[in-house]
Each structure stands twice: as structure tokens, then as C-alpha cells.
Design a protein around this ligand. Sequence first.
Ligand code: ADP
Length: 402
Amino acid sequence: MIVLVINSGSSSIKFHLYKLPGESLLAFGKVEKQGNGDAHYNYNFQGTLIQRKQNSFSFSEGLGKIFSEIINPENKCLNSLEEIDVVGHRLIHGGEQGKDCAIISDSLLKYMNSCISLAPLHYPANIEGIMVVKKLIPRVLQAGVFDTAFHQTMPKKAFLYGIPIKWYKEHQIRRYGFHGTSHQYVSQRACKITGMWLEKSKIISCHLGNGASLAAIKDGKSVDTSMGLTPVEGLLMGSRSGDIDAGALMYIQQNYSLSPEEIQEMINKKGGLLGLSGISSDYRDVLKAAKQGNSDAQIALEVFYYRIIKYIGAFAAVLNGLDILIFTGGIGENSSETRKAVCKGLGFLGIKISKKMNKTLNGCETVISRAKSKVKVIIMPSNEELMIARHVAEIAKSKKKN
Ligand code: ADP
């Protein structure tokens, strides 16, 4: 079975093409920063690396390029897109009914369209991805795995907001959390490589990408997470504000005479590292400016690191201890500066990392804590795509049986 997984992030599109059973990876790649004027894409077809730069391209152009490379005879991958059995998408919001995996139907698309305001950076990309696939491979089965599903094990005390209970009962206004597939994958892998028993573990997973969230995972189950009803809550992110006093939003709205849409735009697209630094939503750009002495960039990074430390402290209390701390996502996997700044603030948990291991940039699963550290600290490249491929292959198999 050939499975194509598409992960439409807020600033990138990733694709992974698998052959199952056996989970062999035929090709993978990433289109980054589409539309920002500094776009580039990298593909890997069974070891052959292709890199291209382009001024900018739209989301559907980016996806179109991925498809044309998959069937480019030079890449010796597929002869035709018709060879793909199922396309799996990472879907952002499953609500309370969100099962692990669902076939993309007209009613699901309708539901997604009604949820755009819950995840305005992601849902439009999710929907566009599905529509582009529909156009290019009309007969292929499409399925989606919800980012919220893993957090459905959170207890009420963690997911309820302090607002009238009827808002939850009538409209399910509550914390859902996101990056679930990533938190699930890295926590399972971390236990595997450290020999710890998942069912008896206390793990904090830090998914630090353009969007960022933490999850407190007890015995393999999510018990709390930093994102909420929408992906705005929690950490400082690329362009999302993270935690902000709801009262402050009313105050800003009145003082600047902003519409609800403008407020939405501000906290999703104009806040975070971008808002505080005034430079960029991209961590690398902000880091570069901070190193060159830009004080706004320096304070933006301080806020970014501080919030991560604060949430780890809170989640260690929620878990009543900590066995493993995981760093994943574009920043978590690649930025030794972030890991160093965060771990420096966590001495009280008995965390000690090796300077040398922290600087290792091999893109592999790496334990960076020292032997005497009370908590294992691990860099763990996320593999949401493999998790999604497994889920959608199951759904495709059961559809074939019926
Ligand atoms: P998303 O999937 O949410 O769009 P990613 O997980 O791809 O985001 O992460 C994007 C972030 O990772 C950006 O802020 C980028 O600057 C950062 N990043 C990527 N590579 C590196 C690197 N080598 N060093 C530091 N940060 C990096």
C-alpha cells in the first residue's frame, strides 16, 4: 500500500511517501516559508537530495511542486499519482468527537470550514491541501488524523475554563490542545530508547516549532497541555501571542477600536516572537538579530524561554515528578541555544545536560542529559507523519474489507 502523508503547517508543507507494510520511506520533503519571499524546498528521493530556491509560491503551487517531483521520472519514485492508495492529512481540530482518524467526507469538510476561526493559521491550509489532492487525484481515498485526539484523556479539571459551565455544555468551549500526534509519537519513542515503561512514566514533551506547545504525559496519556480551545494559548510562538489576560484583549479592543477580526489577526499573526521583536516570526532571524545586539530581539527570546521554563515547572507539579523531558519541533530539535536556556532554569528538578551533547546537530534521537541528571533530557525528531501513515493505512484497510 502506498501512503502519502501531507502535513500542512502554518509556515511549511511537509510530505512523506511510505510503502506499507514495512514502513519504508520512498520520499520525503518540505516546502518552507511559502509566500514570504524567501521560499525554498528540499526533497529526498531514496537518498538523492534535491534543493531549490524560489522567490515565493502559494500553498497550492508548493503542493503542486511536491506532486510533480513524486512522478518526475528522474526521481524514480512513482510513475503516476494513481499509484497512491491513500492520502493522510494532519488535521488541526477534532472537537470532543474527534477520533484518532477519519475519512475525509463532504460533511467533515463542512465541519472543518465551520471551525476556521478556531485555527485560522492551519485550517485554511488543511482544507486547501485536501482540495488540491481532490483535483489532482480525484479517486484517491483521503483521511485525516486530528491533532487534538491525543489530549482527549485530559481530566475535566485540566480542560475546563473558569467560565459559565453552560458554555461548555452547550458549545464545548474548553481546552483541547494540539500537536497531539507529535506528543504521542515522541513520548512513545522516548520510552523505547531509554528502556522506560511507558505505562509507568512521567514525561513532559516540548513541541517547539513555529507553533509551540507542551504536554504533560502520565503513563502514556496526556493529562495537560499548554494550548487551549485554539492554538493561541500557552507559550510564546512565532506569531501567536500565547497566554494573554482575556481582560487585556477587551482593553486593547476598546483603546485601539479594533474589530474581533483584527484582534484575532493580532494574536495569531502579529504577536509572539514577531510582535515582540518587530523583526520576524522565524526563530533563526530573531536569534541572529539578538546576537547582533538588537534589544527587542533579545527580550523576545527571553520571554520565549521564560514561558517554556514556567510551563515545565507547572507540569512537573501536575505530574508530581518528571522522568523524561523531550525537545522536538523545528526549534526544539535544532536550537542548542533554546535547550541550554531552558535547562539552565530547571536545576531545581535535578536536570543536568551535557554541553557537548546539546550541541550535537545530527538530526537524530539524542540523549543530552548527563548520567547524574535526575531527568533524562532527549532531542527527539518528531515523526507525526509515520503516526499518521499508520492510522490512515488502518482506515484504508478496513474500508477495503467492507
Ligand atoms: P511548523 O511546523 O509549526 O511550521 P517547524 O516545526 O518547521 O514549524 O519549525 C519552524 C521553526 O523552527 C522556525 O522558527 C525556525 O526558525 C526554527 N528552526 C528551523 N531550523 C532551525 C535551526 N537549524 N536552528 C534553529 N531554529 C530552527
